[in-house]
Ligand binder design. Structure first.
Ligand code: SF4
Ligand code: SF4
Length: 352
């Protein structure tokens, strides 16, 4: 049995249990990751740049046909990024001192603690127990904070769509996972450059490969720790920065990095959904309804500000009162202590 098949069966068995259960969203709070989640291991030493994964992704996600057909490999000469019609792209690199080119597939890395989900105040992006970071178009307000937040520059936006544009990105073929199927790209890869399985199993497999072929691989599994870890993992024999991957991200999950900054601007965070919601409606309907939405948004924003200001004032008053009472108590106690001390000294004098 091929290893890919083995891992996929393992995955399918576990996935149906997981997805059938209560798949929880990570939401917008700090989150440690799901220990039994799934992922994909990409091995750049096995990728031949055939673009079959791109074609499969296009088909299963019913994306528009590309201008350049998938069997035309000349596009590999251009550095591409994911866009609204391509959830995944393969790029070709010519690393220093390498006789042959190296190919690297790019898509959403399905972060353990996704910056995109953390930035999305309406929770349109969610981390599921499967490991997939999924998107709910029906609640998205089109603010595109997820696009700014993603350290891998992945989410794209349907700028060309006049009605209801959406954020577009790989979902690890979440609907297929729910049916116990492999992600489209993994199924299509003819070279086993993509392996699906439990993240923990994939990490073991990656370590085993690195251990067995130290000449072939760098001792670094990309995604094991980057940004708190990702469910899409990579191994390669080429320095990651030479195949277009950021090595400056560190290991701190994005929500931890931003929590301090957000806490420092509570008023702005409070207004955020209200104002952006208003902007969204203004963009969508430039008519009387939009004007009404704008007025409502501004009026609600003002009301939020006033409420917050009153609450802050009340808190400050209460704190000042508490401090005043504490200071009085301290002074009274000090006076009592001094009086007691004086009394005791007087008693000593009398006895003498
Ligand atoms: S790679 Fe970007 S879009 Fe994908 S989960 Fe991470 S932050 Fe979100
Ligand atoms: S299908 Fe496999 S070998 Fe072909 S480009 Fe995609 S990852 Fe590489």
């Amino acid at each position: 049995m091929k290893r890919r098949t083995f891992l996929s069966l393992l995955g399918a068995a576990g996935t149906s249990t997981l997805v059938g259960g209560n798949a929880q969203a990570a939401g917008n709070h700090h989150f440690e990751g799901y220990p039994d989640s799934f992922g994909v291991l990409f091995d750049s030493t096995q990728c031949i740049g055939c673009r079959k994964c791109e074609a499969a992704c296009n088909e299963v996600n019913e994306l528009p046909q590309p201008e350049v057909p998938f069997d035309d490999l000349s596009v590999l000469e251009t550095q591409r990024r994911t866009d609204a019609a391509s959830y995944t792209v393969v790029n070709k690199y010519h690393p220093e001192d390498a006789a042959d080119p190296v190919y690297r597939k790019m898509q959403c890395n399905h972060c353990q603690e996704p910056a995109c989900a953390s930035a999305c105040f309406v929770k349109a992006l969610k981390k599921t127990e499967t490991g997939a970071v999924i998107y709910d178009e029906s609640v998205c307000v089109g603010c595109r904070y997820c696009m700014i937040a993603c350290p891998f520059n992945i989410p794209a936006y349907e700028y060309n769509k006049a009605l209801d544009p959406a954020v577009m990105k790989c979902t690890m073929c979440y609907p297929r996972l729910q049916e116990g199927k492999l992600p489209g790209c993994v199924k299509a890869c003819p070279k086993e450059a993509l392996v699906f399985g439990k993240r923990e199993t994939l990490l073991k497999l990656a370590r085993l490969k690195i251990q067995k072929f130290p000449q072939r691989y760098l001792d670094h599994i990309y995604g094991e720790n980057e940004m708190g870890g990702t469910n899409w993992l990579y191994i390669t024999g080429t320095p990651y920065e030479q195949i277009g991957m950021r090595e400056d991200l560190g290991t701190t999950p994005a929500p931890k990095l931003t929590s301090g900054a957000l806490a420092a601007v509570p008023m702005v965070v409070g207004l955020w959904p209200v104002l952006l919601g208003g902007l969204y409606y203004m963009n969508k309907r430039r008519d009387k309804a939009a004007q009404r939405a704008k007025e409502e948004a501004v009026s609600e924003a003002v009301s939020v500000t006033q409420n917050e200001a009153q609450a802050t004032l009340k808190q400050a008053k209460e704190k000042a009162e508490e401090e005043k009472q504490a200071a009085i108590k301290r002074e009274v106690q000090k006076a009592l202590d001094e009086a007691a001390k004086q009394q005791s000294a007087d008693n000593d004098d009398e006895e003498a």
